[in-house]
Design a protein around this ligand. Structure first.
Ligand code: NDP
Length: 335
């Protein structure tokens, strides 16, 4: 059983030395348990938080333990009649090839319904994050303007497409011209703005002539700064992620801007609400049914960035926080 464990807690940007590939015996399932062989491994920005000891909504990964991750694995041995050898199931197996579980919290993945990797992307946790965060907190209405950054990723790309399905204008923010072209030409976004371009803030303002009604916050930092002055009265801001600061080691320098921010919250009556996807666990079925149908009908499109081999996971993860991925980042471990 090859696995990648946390060798040391990263300081700032993770480095290859913070990870260690090791081999341990394949575990044996006990009574009521199954052995899963990982086929697909999901790499997600939240894993950076788990590598730190800082207090958060979930416990950190311990040094010497495999990094947390959701996977799709094949049942290769089963002591539980609910799981048949050969079936595919999701699990939180982590960065490793084999995993023993009692299957609680796992979902069966039907390879005939959709490619199994989508259970980790558009039809999995990131898709549900976009769907629940946008519809419950963002509440986009026809004719409104919705802005989302990290817009080619699994969360952002679905936020923009659902906004369009609800009759809103979708403006995506992404890194580089290729990603921006993909948003307008392939996904039907109304505009796409490159956050690395020197005139980014002006370009965003030009793309939002009627201001911004919903800002789905994925990144924070300079994108949030450019969005703030464009927000309309009663704008809604689902705060989903702040990936621009996940590697930060200190508070950015400069004046304290909290009073100005709070004044804007008050005068514009902004609604800013953080959320974690599991807050909406009761909407999982509805999400899978509705987005599954949109994908089947071609009304929602998705893109995956597939990395071959478990040993590539650290390098791919380091690149994820810098925008090197283009689409949902998954590792093909086997199968
Ligand atoms: P992505 O695949 O979109 O990967 C992250 C992207 O962030 C990069 O590709 C890069 O895209 C962008 N990025 C990185 N640094 C910056 C920066 N400084 N400024 C602007 N953009 C930057 O990830 P996901 O779709 O999986 O996740 C998107 C967000 O949603 C993350 O913040 C994540 O933590 C959050 N999330 C939250 C959940 C919740 O329950 N609250 C659940 C799942 C995800 P580009 O090249 O376009 O800049």
């Amino acid at each position: 059983n090859r696995r990648i464990v946390l060798a040391s807690r990263p300081h700032g940007e993770p480095k290859p030395e913070d990870f260690r590939l090791e081999e341990v015996p394949v575990p044996t399932p006990g009574p009521g348990e199954i052995l899963l062989r990982t086929q697909w491994l999901s790499l997600d920005p939240y894993m950076r938080g788990r590598m730190s000891a800082a207090k958060s909504y979930a416990a950190p990964v311990e040094i010497g333990q495999p990094i947390t991750a959701e996977t799709v694995g094949e049942v290769v041995a089963s002591n539980n009649p609910a799981f048949k050898v050969g079936e595919l199931w999701t699990a939180f197996a982590g960065w490793q090839e084999y995993f023993v579980t009692d299957g609680k919290g796992s979902r069966r993945v039907d390879p005939d319904a959709a490619p199994p990797s989508t259970a980790l992307g558009v039809l999995g946790m990131p898709g549900m994050t976009a769907y629940t965060g946008l519809l419950n907190i963002g509440e986009p209405k026809a004719g409104e303007t919705v802005v989302v950054a990290a817009a080619t990723g699994p969360v952002g790309s679905l936020v923009g497409q659902i906004a369009r399905l609800k009759g809103a204008r979708a403006v995506g923010v992404a890194g580089g011209p290729d990603k921006c072209r993909y948003l307008t030409e392939e996904l039907g976004f109304d505009a796409a703005i490159d956050h690395r371009a020197p005139d980014f803030a002006d370009a965003l303002a030009r793309a939002c002539p009627k201001g911004i009604d919903v800002y789905f916050e994925n990144v924070g930092g300079a994108v949030f700064d450019a969005v703030l002055p464009l927000l309309n009265d009663f704008a809604r801001l689902p705060v989903c992620g702040l990936v621009s600061s996940y590697n930060a080691t200190e508070v950015p320098p400069g004046p304290d801007r909290q009073p100005a921010l709070m004044r804007m919250v008050l005068t514009k009556r902004l609604r800013i609400q953080g959320f974690i996807v599991w807050d909406f666990a009761s909407q999982a079925e509805e999400f899978r049914r509705e987005v599954g149908t949109w994908v089947k009908e071609g009304r929602v499109r998705y893109r995956e960035d597939v990395v071959e081999g478990l040993e590539k996971a650290p390098e791919a993860f380091i690149g994820l926080l810098k925008g090197r991925n283009f689409g949902k980042l998954v590792v093909r471990v086997a199968g």
